[in-house]
Design a protein around this ligand. Structure first.
Ligand SMILES: NC(=O)c1ccc[n+]([C@@H]2O[C@H](COP(=O)([O-])OP(=O)(O)OC[C@H]3O[C@@H](n4cnc5c(N)ncnc54)[C@H](O)[C@@H]3O)[C@@H](O)[C@H]2O)c1
Length: 451
């Protein structure tokens, strides 16, 4: 190990290293908190003034992070936050957790990574460890991060250190959070790997070293592609079951009793969130550049992307039984967050379902206790829409209620008892009812429920 690396290692092991995190969102804020809890001084950097303000006031804006933690750590002088990249000159380590969205063409949008790395480069100094955590295509650390930092004249692996370590946080998961999800780490050189592993090992229970940054980048894409493909498979099975009058939910529940060789995935209205609908396309974009055509990813994307259309077909089918059309019907969408019990609606299929129903002339309302407002730019309706309060006594006025996200806060028995017509895309209403149409399940009259 070089003398510079050994000195940084000693600072990390003694917790004297000053740590930094760029991008204080769902990934970056919990990481900064874990580093501070582990005994480091952690500085968060974000362009969003409101986040900096919240942290300095001891307030959390991420449901998985307690305000009491932020308040305690800021008061103890262990955590602070700024918009000024100038602080990098005093840091020993910096983790980059900025967004990696797709462009409309489904090409990677690397602008956030490039901008963050360029800002770091202005203050790069010998001995700094830079770790990229944003999900991205294999090769990013070496092909994008390294050259931008080496443009300063300093050399990666010698003067400064770089590594990739994918974030695996699962927002809303009460069991697995940043500190107890094993962390895969791949450095550019053995020194880089050792330093990054030492940093994470101070705050996270299990470290999984891999041989390179490319392997670490690919690990994350395998994990997310695995989910996208399996969800695509079960969504296709749901479409098949619909055609064959078989209940896909019953099939999956019975199949998962097999104690080996099967893992349950559930169908739904489409993919959502910042990861599963996006990350596989980072991989397919890069694979195509190597002349490889990744067929599973494209096929799963095709099936999953079609699910909101299927939901709308289901709504039309349900309304048809009442001699009604989507056009002019008053429709309540229950849940717009991309999954249960969280407030994140990025890429949520609910936005597509709402947009498609609106295009067909429905009067759309939505209810979601976690998302008070959907802005016009976020869905194709193009107007701001505020959540209505749904609950006992409020369902009868709708021609149809569509359950898109099954938050636990909803009383599904009350909903089933009062609503005239329901399309349930999550199997939230367990008992059969004549007016409940479930995704991937026989129509009520075929189930033996008399309409
Ligand atoms: N959210 C998840 O569940 C999750 C899980 C695993 C991995 N990831 C990956 O982690 C990365 C971050 O995701 P997220 O959900 O935390 O995003 P986020 O949008 O919640 O947070 C990103 C933050 O980065 C800030 N930012 C953007 N550009 C910046 C810049 N140039 N300098 C400083 N700050 C900047 C934004 O203001 C924002 O606060 C993505 O690559 C994502 O794919 C996310």
């Amino acid at each position: 190990m070089s003398a510079l690396a050994a000195s940084l290692l000693e600072r990390i092991q003694s917790r004297r290293a000053r740590t930094g995190v760029v991008g204080l969102g769902y990934v970056g804020l919990p990481l900064a908190v874990e580093l501070a809890k582990a005994g480091f001084h952690a500085t968060g950097i974000d362009l969003d003034e409101r986040k900096i303000q919240a942290i300095s006031e001891g307030r959390s804006y991420i449901p998985d992070v307690a305000s009491a933690d932020i308040a305690g750590l800021t008061k103890a002088g262990k955590l602070d936050a700024t918009t000024d990249f100038g602080v990098v000159k005093d840091l020993d380590t910096i983790n980059i957790c900025v967004p990696t969205p797709l462009r409309k063409t489904k090409d990677p949008d690397m602008s956030y990574i490039v901008s963050a790395v360029e800002s770091i480069a202005k203050h790069l100094h010998p001995g700094l460890l830079v770790v990229l955590e944003s999900t991205t295509y294999p090769g990013t650390t070496e092909e994008v991060v390294q050259p931008l930092l080496e443009a300063t004249g300093l050399k990666a692996g010698e003067d400064f250190f770089i590594a990739f370590s994918p974030e695996r946080v699962d927002p809303g998961n009460p069991t697995f959070q940043t500190h107890n999800v094993p962390k895969v780490v791949g450095g550019l050189t053995p020194d880089c790997s050792r330093l990054a592993a030492a940093l994470y090992g101070s705050a996270i229970e299990t470290i999984v070293p891999v041989s390179s940054t490319r392997v670490a980048e690919m690990v994350k894409l395998l994990e997310n592609t695995f989910r996208a493909v399996n969800i695509g498979l079960v969504n296709e099975l749901a479409l098949m079951c619909d055609r064959m009058n078989i209940d896909v939910w019953e099939v999956v529940d019975a199949a998962k009793t097999k104690p080996f060789g099967f893992m349950a995935f559930y169908p739904g209205p489409g993919l959502g969130g910042h990861c599963i609908p996006i990350d596989p396309f980072y991989l397919s974009w890069k694979a195509k550049q190597s002349g490889f055509d990744p067929r599973f990813i494209e096929l799963a994307g095709h099936i999953n992307g079609g699910m909101p259309h299927y939901v709308v077909d289901k709504v039309a089918e349900a309304l048809n039984t009442k001699r009604k059309a989507i056009n002019g019907s008053r429709i309540l969408v229950m849940g717009v967050a991309y999954k249960r019990d969280i407030d994140d609606m990025r890429e949520s299929p609910a936005l597509d379902v709402m947009g498609l129903l609106h295009e067909k002339g429905a009067q759309i309302e939505y209810a979601d206790p976690f998302v008070p407002e959907v802005h016009g730019r976020e869905w194709s309706g193009r107007f701001d829409i505020r959540a209505v309060t749904a609950g006992r006594g409020s369902y009868a006025k709708y021609d149809c209620v569509v359950i898109v996200t099954d938050h636990k806060t909803t009383d599904y028995e009350a909903l089933a008892a009062e609503a005239d017509l329901i399309v349930d895309t999550r199997n939230a209403i367990k008992k059969p009812y004549p007016h409940v149409f479930r995704l991937g399940a026989p129509r009520p009259e075929v189930q033996g429920v008399v309409t």
